[in-house]
Design a protein around this ligand. Structure first.
Ligand code: NI
Length: 172
């Protein structure tokens, strides 16, 4: 396995709309991509990671909201088929180190997707998982959580992250 580089905002590649994974693409390379994404997410550490964030533009994201890495979930070609109620939660993102912001989303979702072997499954949840699913699903559509904030807040976050990145470059 390998740790992948996570793209950081405002990297324009985060705006890529990912393509569907075709049946013939469920091969060893895809399994390795998924394993590498889990390793990258756990190491970060994070609770969700979309393929878009590691510059792989296919409709795939992973989630594990357990405390002991015991509930890995893989979503391929996901479709949110139902959204209900509204809730505001503080969100963070591996592509926005140190940034947290309140975002309004549906409290509950029903999602249909394929697992890593291409087998269809469905999750219907009103738990925290519903929020993470919406956040990750946005990524594969080229959307990020700060898009929901005011232009002024977005500008502030952008300036802060650009400063951080410059500092990192100088240090490296
Ligand atoms: Ni994110």
């Amino acid at each position: 396995m390998a740790i992948l580089e996570i793209l950081e905002y405002p990297d324009s590649r985060l705006r890529t709309k990912a393509k569907e994974i075709l049946p013939e693409e469920f091969d060893a390379a895809l399994q390795k991509q998924i394993d590498d994404m889990f390793e990258t997410m756990y190491e970060a550490p994070g609770i969700g990671l979309a393929a878009t964030q590691v510059d792989f533009h296919k409709r795939l994201f992973i989630i594990d909201i357990s405390e002991d890495k015991s509930e890995p979930l893989v979503f391929i070609n996901p479709e949110i088929v139902e959204k209900r109620d509204i809730e505001t939660n503080e969100e963070g993102c591996l592509s926005f180190p140190g940034v947290y912001a309140k975002v309004e989303r549906a409290k509950g979702v029903k999602v249909k997707a394929l697992d890593r072997d291409g087998k269809p499954f469905e999750i219907d949840t009103d738990e925290f998982l519903a929020i993470v699913i919406q956040h990750e699903n946005d990524h594969i559509n080229g959307k990020v959580f700060v898009d929901y904030l005011s232009p002024l807040k977005q500008k502030r976050i952008r300036t802060m992250l650009e400063k951080q990145q410059k500092k990192k470059l100088r240090a490296g």
